[in-house]
Design a protein around this ligand. Sequence first.
Ligand code: XIL
Length: 379
Amino acid sequence: MNMKNIPKMKNILLPAALTVLMMITQCSNDKTGLKDPFNGYFLIGTSVNKAMITGTDPLALPFIAENFNSVTAENAMKWERIHPEPGKYDFALADSIVSFALKNNMAVIGHVLVWHSQTPDWVFLDSLGNPLTREALLDRLKEHIYTVVGHYRGKVTGWDVVNEAVDEDGSMRQTKWLQIIGDDYIEKAFRFAHEADPDAELYYNDYNNEEKAKRAGVIPIIRDLQEKGIRIDGVGIQGHWHLDSPDFSIVDETIGEYAALGVKVMITEMEINVLPTPAWLYGAEISKTAEYRDSLNPYVEGLPDSVQTQLADRYAALFRILLDHSDAVSRVTFWGINDAYSWKNDWPIPGRTNYPLLFDRNYKPKPAYYAVINEVKKK
Ligand code: XIL
């Protein structure tokens, strides 16, 4: 090597080395996502669906690993998907979600064991098509829970054991589970889940359970399980919310009330709908829908700045409350990674363009993202 060239090479190599170094730091900076400033407060989760996990959208998985530390299968673990026919289980998709999550050190939430929706009709019928007896349905429930929870034993952090068992007025929702088994179907489900994985956390999950009347129906369920010595670790508040509802002071009040029972509180399926929606469709009863109308889909070309700001302010107000309760709140899960993936584009009215999450359709952080980060940075 001609020694005379060394200074010249230094001129080339040093900047190159610096660039590489910058790239490396930048890479690790890039890995600092939404979840990171919330370390020490609560987990930040997302739902995960088929397109994400199968790589149809190659941007999805790296984005999830960067921004979230908890995942919930949006549909893959529901009865109709994981146990579509008697004796037939299909774990493939859910397995991929779980292995992706574990590889990335994320908490896995099992969603959901007992629900009135997305549960096939055959579950409640015998082979001749007659309604099952209480004992037969309990056997079927036990078999389902043992198989599914057993399959993920040691891998799932916590299970939504029962979803949406209470009606708006606080009474028990009239479901086939209630009608055939009776009031104790909830405690049976929790017992079976605990037997199948003694280390898994167990949750009761619902929507609108921040509302006073519904909350008054949920609290006795938790107390009853506790009094019977049955494991219950947390209450999930789904959080399918809107720009104008609920008043977040009731979320504040509710978290306090649930926490006073000694259980963890989680926001499990959060988004904030920005589209005009008739109030009778608020909540998340998935069988309720309405027909598409252009007047209910005003932002096809983009979200006006004024609404963008409203959304950011609303998220900020919510996160102020959640952060104030961070001793009780263990996880906040968004129902979708970005606006393109939100179920709110198609429910309760199909074919709309909604903007309910923190990232836009191109994975770009929205003002709501910065508003939320700003709240945690103030802490
Ligand atoms: C929704 C999914 O996001 C949709 O893809 C599916 O078509 C219907 O269910 N409450 C729940 C979630 O507990 O499982 C629901 O998820 C939304 C309401």
